[in-house]
Design a protein around this ligand. Structure first.
Ligand SMILES: [Mg+2]
Length: 289
């Protein structure tokens, strides 16, 4: 069996690049033959993934943004091995795939299992689409991607603090199947996986195999209230908070009074309206058995 390895060298602010020699050692150790391709521009991972037809499967090395590109380009009858070496790694966290090179063992010791993908106007997503604070935070994270000392969840938390005070709540109309909400929201998510934002357990009941999307709406609050709410989100304690509402639906349409940027799997892509559903195609992922 021969795999195509698609690696984003700048993922995790260079963590992926630094891991490449060990990655190749580990593949040889596991007896997995491979062709290694490095991405060098936006959407390059999608183009490389489209060439996977003649391979056993795809190994994607990077964060959720890299996985998103690979998923959008790859043939859906091929299995995907996720090697989480990015900033957020929320798909891996949600599927209990080990971080780093340990994840390669899911090919030899794990199982191929199907999960749902979300389909949005901008393309497929694996983890989440978000409006408001999430997009603002991601813009802050991305602008500092190559020159910061603090990594991962803490880095994202500090950016959330800045956004919680600086951002104006969005005026949204949310249609989730037959349920309609008109809200002022600083933070609204459409989730396929329970985790987002580098470890936020935002939709604890989201299940990427139930063919439904989970909508999380944080309404009528900002600033200190958001910061008080946030620590609990890492452990899912926010579920009974009076300003947080959960909806579950097959189809979700969100319009905004003013155009708002969408954050899709950790990258900013396009503006509202947000229109999401569960894709009719599944994604095959190597997961621990
Ligand atoms: Mg679901």
């Amino acid at each position: 069996m021969r795999f195509i390895v698609i690696a984003n060298p700048v993922a995790g602010r260079g963590l992926a690049q630094a891991s490449l020699p060990k990655l190749e050692d580990e593949l040889k150790l596991l007896g997995i033959s491979y062709d290694l391709k490095l991405t060098d521009s936006p959407n390059h991972a999608s183009l490389l993934a489209a060439q996977a037809e003649n391979y056993e499967g795809i190994i994607a090395v990077g964060g959720d943004g890299t996985i998103n590109e690979v998923v959008n380009g790859m043939p859906k009858d091929k299995p995907l091995c996720v090697v989480p070496l990015g900033t957020g790694n929320d798909l891996a966290r949600s599927l209990k795939i080990p971080f780093g090179l340990e994840s390669l063992k899911t090919i030899t010791q794990g199982k191929i299992k199907a999960i749902n993908m979300g389909l949005e106007n901008e393309g497929l997503f694996v983890s989440s689409v978000a409006l408001g604070l999430a997009s603002d935070v991601m813009q802050r994270v991305n602008s500092k991607r190559n020159h910061r000392l603090i990594r991962g969840s803490l880095a994202i938390y500090l950016d959330i603090v800045a956004s919680a005070f600086g951002l104006k709540p969005l005026t949204l109309r949310i249609e989730a199947d037959d349920k309609v909400r008109e809200v002022k929201s600083i933070l609204t998510y459409v989730m396929n996986t329970p985790y987002t934002g580098g470890g936020l357990f935002l939709a604890p009941k989201a299940n990427p195999t139930d063919h439904l999307l989970d909508v999380v709406i944080v309404r009528d609050t900002k600033g200190f209230e958001i910061l008080k709410l946030l620590p609990g989100v890492y452990s899912g304690k926010h579920v009974n908070h009076p300003h947080v509402e959960f909806l579950r639906a097959k189809n979700v349409t969100i319009t905004s009074l003013e155009p708002a940027p969408k954050m899709i799997d950790g990258e900013i892509k396009g503006y509202t309206p947000l229109k999401a559903s569960v894709s009719t195609e599944n994604l095959l992922v190597y997961q621990p058995s």
